[in-house]
Design a protein around this ligand. Structure first.
Ligand code: SAM
Length: 300
């Protein structure tokens, strides 16, 4: 496959943010051949949609700079800048230009940030490949996980629910592109998951990077529980002490998250805990640095 879009992207990111150059070279060096191909497929898809390398580089730079700014705030105040959905709704979820850049940046971070790559690998490894039934994804955002799930699994129907019209549009767009060959039945609904009135239950439920975006993640987990069939595969990711512009719920440690999961009726079947880059888990905990986690849950 032609590597040019990848080199062009890295060159453009390095041009607007030279501090990223070394970090990105290291990030690329750990990608497997298959991951590199998938990354290139995603870039080629974007280019075919008239999303330029410049736009992608700007989108990536947006989340790098936003994250840095929020980290400084968090270190100073010991809390996230915002605590309610109302504070971020109009500037993030319902702001089409911002949301579009944010979601493209986040999709790229799947391959460019080692913590996000680790969660993506865990998602693909643990996703049941042969099971049938109904798949639900809450907050598909850019749609990349949703599209990979459709490619890698055999569910009969795929449902997405997202509160942002921009995310719904981006997910629909990636799924309908012949590039990725997603031929199963699907429906992407614009709704607040908490208020979403589903008449169906599901056999695979995915909620990646959503819990920290809501005021009452415990209630979200309970809603997930209600919609899960017995034996369903349930995959979530979230984070501890990880500021971002729209993170409003702060998990201060892994224990508080595990307790909330336990209270919702799920138990943890499989867990990945990712310390801050370059630190051990112990150092990360002591210094209250960001932790990412991905989990497979099961109904008790
Ligand atoms: C940070 S993005 C995560 C995107 C993707 N799942 C990933 O892991 O990269 C969070 C997504 O959740 C959506 N979201 C936030 N609150 C939601 C809610 N109450 N109901 C449904 N979707 C929500 C946002 O619109 C956004 O698309």
């Amino acid at each position: 496959m032609n590597n040019a879009p990848l080199s062009q992207l890295l060159t453009e990111i390095g041009r607007i943010n030279p501090l990223q150059t070394q970090f990105l070279d290291r990030s690329l060096s750990v990608l497997s051949a298959q991951e590199r191909t998938t990354f290139l497929q995603y870039l080629n898809y974007c280019l075919a949609q008239d999303i330029t390398v410049e736009h992608l580089a700007k989108s990536y730079d947006l989340i790098v700079k936003d994250t840095f700014r929020e980290q400084v705030y968090f270190r100073r105040h010991g809390q996230y800048r915002h605590q309610s959905y109302q504070e971020v709704a109009n500037s993030v979820y319902h702001h089409p230009e911002y949301m579009n850049q944010y979601m493209h940046g986040l999709a790229l971070s799947t391959f460019l940030w080692p913590n996000h790559l680790a969660m993506y690998r865990f998602f693909i490894e643990t996703l049941p490949k042969q099971r049938t039934g109904r798949y639900l994804e809450v907050g598909p955002g850019h749609g990349f996980y949703f599209m990979k799930a459709m490619q890698c699994s055999q569910y009969n129907f795929y449902q997405g629910v997202d509160i942002s019209a921009t995310s719904v549009e981006m997910t629909q767009r990636i799924l309908s592109c012949p590039h990725f060959n997603c031929s199963a039945d699907y429906l992407i609904t614009e709704a607040d998951f908490f208020a979403w009135d589903s008449t169906q239950t599901f056999d695979c439920l995915v909620m990646a990077e959503v819990l920290e975006h809501v005021e009452q993640p415990g209630a979200f987990l309970q809603q997930l529980y209600t919609l899960a069939n017995e034996g369903a595969h349930v995959f979530i990711t979230t984070c501890i002490n990880t500021p971002a512009i729209d993170h409003i719920y702060l998990y201060p440690d892994m224990q508080s998250l595990r307790q909330q999961i336990n209270e919702s009726g799920f138990s943890i079947k499989n867990e990945l805990v990712i310390p801050y880059l370059g630190k051990t888990l112990e150092e990360t905990v002591v210094d209250k640095l960001p932790i990412n986690t991905a989990m497979v849950l099961e109904k008790r």
